[in-house]
Design a protein around this ligand. Sequence first.
Ligand SMILES: Nc1ncnc2c1ncn2[C@@H]1O[C@H](COP(=O)(O)OP(=O)(O)OP(=O)(O)O)[C@@H](O)[C@H]1O
Ligand SMILES: [Mg+2]
Length: 361
Amino acid sequence: MSSRLEAEHLYKVFGRRPDEAVERLRQGAGREELRAEGTTAAVIDASFTVEPGKIFVVMGLSGSGKSTLLRMLNGLLEPTAGQVRFDGQDLTALGSRELRQVRSRKISMVFQHFALFPHRSVRENAAYGLEVQGVPRAERVARADEALALCGLAGWEKSWPDELSGGMQQRVGLARALATDADLLLMDESFSALDPLIRRDMQDQLLELQKSLKKTIVFITHDLNEAMRLGDSIAVMRDGRIVQIGTAEDILVRPADDYVASFTQDVDRSRVLTASSVMDTSVTGHEADCDCPTATPDTPFVILCAISARVTHPVAVVDPRHGVVGVVPKQRLVGFMGDQAGEPSPCVSRRERGEKVIARA
Ligand SMILES: Nc1ncnc2c1ncn2[C@@H]1O[C@H](COP(=O)(O)OP(=O)(O)OP(=O)(O)O)[C@@H](O)[C@H]1O
Ligand SMILES: [Mg+2]
């Protein structure tokens, strides 16, 4: 069971007279203006909801406020203004003892450089969160071993941390977080210190684990490819503010501004786009009446390319309930692989070319 996480108008200001600074930010003052006076507006008016069992990715450049935002979610930092609710409970209203309890039972955090205790075995490291909770030893060991196995570390329980590679140590960190059964996982650049292949492997492993664990996860990264692989939705932060929240496809095809667009330049579009973003929707409401291969709105871009290669005319995109919802001419595929995402390249629809492949339903 996992639960909903809600952040409402969160602010975190470091420096003098933070409340006054929040008021000024509400009235439109900028981060730079406050900085000139020695005050840092680390997070400005952040609101979002993470549905139970979903992965919410926060990305943005260094200093944009990601870690500060994350630390407010588990109460490590007290918000200057705003609310955090998890499982219906207002965390910002809790006393420090209650907050510690919620933190040890319901929330786990995995950091970038996960500090393992060098003089404890892998098993004892994985069981650490349970020890804090006061779970009896036998149960601790059983749950730690189970979590280690989930993370691909069965057989390493009795090893010492320095006998493990960096990637394996990071997995012990993940196992520690999973062992506590916390519903909310907060991950701050958890995979960033790993080399690219191991990093990918960890991403796959997290997605695989998530299929059965269905935790509510907030994952911070500055790597958009990672964000797009993992995120059910993605928030992009700039200078303390969330400038866009959307799916990977939203961010890629409909970036809110040039800042967001600049992030997406190096993204492997073929892994993110689906037919629904690429198709020309001026042809709709009909049924394909030939035996040609068609696509559905969620057909991945790479498959779409494969289909397109097999036919000479545009590919019809067919929704089971609504018939043809669009068409994808070859030129359009080429256009979307370039850097002009969202700007359809000139194309000729089947209908304009007078091909009789689509008939009225
Ligand atoms: N305890 C603190 N006191 C004063 N300023 C702070 C504190 N923590 C963070 N800041 C400032 O708040 C801003 C946001 O920092 P934060 O660590 O949240 O950024 P980030 O997006 O996580 O960056 P990175 O990608 O480098 O980890 C920065 O300008 C930082 O200097
Ligand atoms: Mg950070």
